[in-house]
Design a protein around this ligand. Structure first.
Ligand code: CU
Length: 479
């Protein structure tokens, strides 16, 4: 305001221009989305007043196949609704707590400048609704979470999500944007124990989760729920980590992040394999899809992926780009450099290697080709890899007259919904294509006559014949 202006003029100035400026701020309702969807980019070029309304819902949902858990959620999903605003916007935030809920809740948005990130102002009992307003000062990708005591328990039960404060100059347009948040869960029963699982405070304090998952469930990004894109498209993942405890080593198997806006901030790093997503933090990753296939999203603290559930899928349709990725071209016996060994020791060390053409037994062939998924025990992994032990699915095929269908499983792979011993699986088994007819006969005979299974032995001729029908010559590529 001008020093020189008289009192009357100043009042006039404030009332006219002050209110005019306020009235100019357009009001809009935020578009909120459920994971893995992201609201569309904001195209306006001026600030607005954005109204966000979120309802807290306590509900039972699936943590894994056959495993129920009582989640506390922002809007019914884990993570909660994705909120997208623009830097400079004023956000009018309403938090409602459903009357059927049992506990009070609130929200701490890391995008808020102010004590508690809104927590104290939004503390809300069941059947009540709170409101507070904040200005989104800093662009970036932020976690929000519940901060009601016991805070750790509210977060562990799924009370987190992402708010993206889009920079004034938006990031370049991409073809697809997805919303993915990792979380660790603490149940009384170990991973895979069926039924409704209560929260375990002891496990949580020990930071020993029974589940580590993307988007609130071991099933959320697999099978039909996989995220999808096409060859040639560019993808942006808004990645968060609700924690409450673990730091994620976020990685996509078979992709390299062209860009990572590390920690959800303004600057990016290029050509990254694995990025850290801290508990209560985020990252924005971008990549272009050069060839088709299924790309697996993991926490590269890899036991979490194969034993606790942190596995998601990005299915990419389209042409294989052979210049980028050939598929299997050659598979031959490799012995290492025998001549080097000879020169060093006088004679080759044969203890560590097999002679070419050496016949392996069924158990060894199974251990090398199948056990990483179906497990050494043959029991598979609940909800991910079906069992081969007393599998009714396998038994039927192994005891048919024409067993081409069973032989085609290792030769061609298998995907789509199947039921094994009353449980549904909807995963992807890739082809195991480096087996000779003889080895495959040995392997299938062993698998179908171990662990209490029984079926007539497979012969090399039977495999050879099936291979001709299926059209997969020895050593032919998978996919
Ligand atoms: Cu809460």
């Amino acid at each position: 305001m001008h020093r020189a202006c008289g009192v009357v003029l100043c009042v006039f100035w404030i009332s006219v221009f002050g209110s005019a400026a306020k009235a100019e701020l357009p009001v809009e309702k935020a578009i909120l989305t459920v994971p893995p969807e992201v609201p569309p980019p904001i195209t306006r070029t001026r600030p607005a007043k954005v109204v966000v309304e979120i309802e807290v819902v306590e509900k039972v949902g699936k943590l894994a196949d056959g495993v129920d858990y009582t989640f506390w959620t922002y809007g019914g999903s884990v993570p909660g609704k994705f909120i997208r605003v623009r830097a400079g916007d004023t956000v009018e935030f309403y938090l409602a707590n459903h009357p059927n809920n049992k506990l009070p809740h609130n929200i701490d948005l890391h995008a808020v400048t102010g004590p508690g990130g809104g927590a104290a102002s939004t503390f809300t009992a069941p059947g009540h609704k709170s409101k507070f307003t904040f200005k989104a000062l800093n662009p970036g990708l932020y976690i929000y979470h519940c901060a009601t005591a016991p805070v750790g328990m509210h977060i562990a039960n799924g009370m987190y999500g992402l708010i993206y404060v889009q920079p004034e100059k938006p990031l370049p347009k991409v073809d697809k944007e997805f919303y993915i948040v990792q979380g660790d869960f603490y149940t009384k029963g170990k991973f895979g124990v069926k039924g409704h699982q209560p929260f375990s405070m002891e496990r949580a304090i020990d930071e020993n989760p029974s589940y580590v998952v993307f988007n609130g469930s071991a099933l959320s990004l697999t099978g039909d729920n996989a995220i999808k894109a096409k060859v040639g498209e560019s993808v942006r993942l808004f990645v968060g980590n609700g924690g409450p405890n673990l730091v994620s080593s976020f990685h996509v198997i078979g992709e390299i992040f062209d860009k990572v806006y590390y920690e959800g901030g303004t600057n990016f790093q290029e050509h990254v394999q694995t990025t850290i997503v801290p508990a209560g933090g985020s990252a924005i990753v971008e990549f272009k899809l050069d060839t088709n296939g299924t790309y697996i999203l993991v926490d590269h603290s890899i036991f979490r992926t194969f034993n606790k559930g942190s596995l998601g899928m990005l299915k990419v349709d389209g042409e294989q780009n052979k210049a980028v990725y050939s598929g299997k071209e050659v598979d031959e016996i490799y012995l290492g450099d025998e001549s080097v060994a000879k020169n060093l020791k006088g004679k080759p060390d044969t203890t560590a290697q097999e002679k070419p053409g050496k016949k392996l037994d069924g158990k060894t062939l199974y251990a090398r080709n199948c056990a990483m998924c179906h497990q050494e025990s043959g029991l598979g992994l609940e909800g991910v890899f079906p069992p081969l032990v007393k599998s009714d699915y396998m038994y039927k095929l192994a005891n048919k007259k024409d067993r081409t269908e069973l032989i085609s499983i290792p030769l061609k792979g298998l995907q789509g919904k199947i039921t094994v011993n009353g449980k549904e699986y909807n995963g992807i088994m890739t082809a195991v294509s480096n087996l000779t007819d003889e080895d495959l006969a040995t392997l299938l005979t062993w698998v179908t006559n171990t662990w209490g299974n029984s079926a007539p032995a497979f012969t090399t001729e039977e495999i050879k014949k099936a291979r001709t029908t299926i059209g997969n010559g020895p050593g032919a590529g998978g996919h």
